[in-house]
Design a binder for this molecule. Structure first.
Ligand code: 5GP
Ligand code: MN
Length: 349
């Protein structure tokens, strides 16, 4: 039996807001991942089955690895069709904000969302959400936003509308946000929810292969190169750093999504408690951090990298050169471990 964890008054408010409107827009964070896209598509599907005019609007493109999801072609993308995206948000009577905690995470879509005075409902599992929502379903300990959407629907007694399509979307997000149920999933309810979704004949193995285990040859080679040539281990600080410059990315015909999962790999080394990946993107250095135990990368990304996320998985952006980003990383090590020497090994460059 899955325990209800969301305050019933909050659920009632969500229910009332949905009942009172016809057109609903669902938004999720930029560079959307399986959880962002999966939760948005599932909620959209259920709302349509309730008779609502629901649409999903994303700040930028859904990655190739998720294009198999049901109804994904109906997603309106701000960077592709800006006028349509604006119209969808501006005419919405209710806006759902899924899998993000601050306006900054939806890029230029943020201004459009703020310009509409309709109610906003947050469903999210990132820490410390901004206070810009009329209703907040915020559970930083939850495995995923997909889990929370399931719980909201369960407490609204709407699970009968979660069909195979919606279940595929929800399970995909739960899978991708937990590394196929290997972290962030100590709560037994997570498996009860998974079982309930699997009963809807989702084709779990195919979902896993499509969402998490499909990479191009270039991507596999890039990850191999990164691990064999670019992984620096800071033994005394139990840290690992991988840096990929724009030139290196070009060498491997880098496309968005090609480095997905790379930052997790060094954590397999027992001594590594903190893994950092710096990637030179066109506009900034993308920072990805993973950690084990109580090593809080959310705070580090908030303080140094204009970002945040979760205690053990967070990201951000660094504005400056690759060298400056590495130097910032090493400064953090010095601050955290003043008695240790900065002496990375395995740096083949
Ligand atoms: P990733 O390293 O896979 O990009 O992100 C890991 C986690 O950190 C995800 O939960 C993601 O939502 C969050 N995250 C990634 N980049 C940013 C960022 O720039 N700002 C914030 N606030 N969170 C981020
Ligand atoms: Mn998520």
């Amino acid at each position: 039996m899955i325990q209800p964890i969301i305050d019933q008054q909050v659920i009632n408010k969500v229910q009332r807001l949905i009942n009172g409107v016809k057109s609903i827009a669902i938004t999720c964070h930029m560079s959307p991942d399986g959880d962002a896209v999966g939760s948005s598509l599932a909620l959209c599907h259920v709302l349509r089955r309730l008779g609502k005019d629901a649409v999903v609007v994303t700040p930028d493109m859904v990655p190739r690895s998720l294009l198999f999801l049901p109804d994904v072609r109906g997603v309106i993308t701000f960077t592709q069709t800006e006028a349509r995206a604006r119209r969808a948000i501006e005419t919405a009577q209710l806006i759902f904000c899924l899998d993000y905690n601050s306006l900054h995470r939806i890029d230029k879509l943020g201004q459009v969302v703020m310009s509409n005075s309709c109610p906003r409902i947050l469903i999210d599992h990132h820490t410390e959400p901004e206070q810009m929502f009329d209703v907040m379903v915020s559970f930083p300990d939850a495995s995923s936003t997909c889990e929370l959407v399931y719980r909201v629907l369960m407490q609204m007694q709407l699970l009968r509308l979660v069909d195979r399509w919606a279940a595929q979307c929800l399970l995909t997000g739960m899978m991708t946000d937990t590394g196929n149920f290997s972290y962030n999933c100590e709560d037994p309810d997570v498996y009860e929810i998974q079982a309930s979704l699997m009963r809807r004949k989702v084709g779990r193995q195919t979902l896993f292969n499509m969402a998490m285990n499909t990479f191009s040859a270039d991507s596999i080679r890039l990850q191999g190169y990164a691990l064999s040539q670019k992984m620096r281990l800071y033994h005394e600080q139990h840290a690992s750093l991988i840096v990929l410059s724009a030139d290196e990315l070009k060498l491997f015909n880098y496309k968005r999504g090609d480095s997905e999962g790379l930052v997790n790999k060094p954590l397999a080394i027992p001594e590594v408690r903190w893994s950092v990946f710096l990637r030179e993107d066109p506009d900034y250095i993308k920072v990805s951090c993973r950690s084990v135990g109580d090593f809080d990368v959310d705070q580090i990304c908030k303080k140094y990298f204009n970002g945040g996320g979760h205690v053990n998985a967070a990201g951000g952006e660094f504005y400056g050169s690759i060298e400056q980003a590495v130097s910032t990383f090493e400064q953090i090590l010095i601050e955290l471990f003043p008695d240790c020497e900065i002496n990375p090994d395995n740096d083949k460059n």
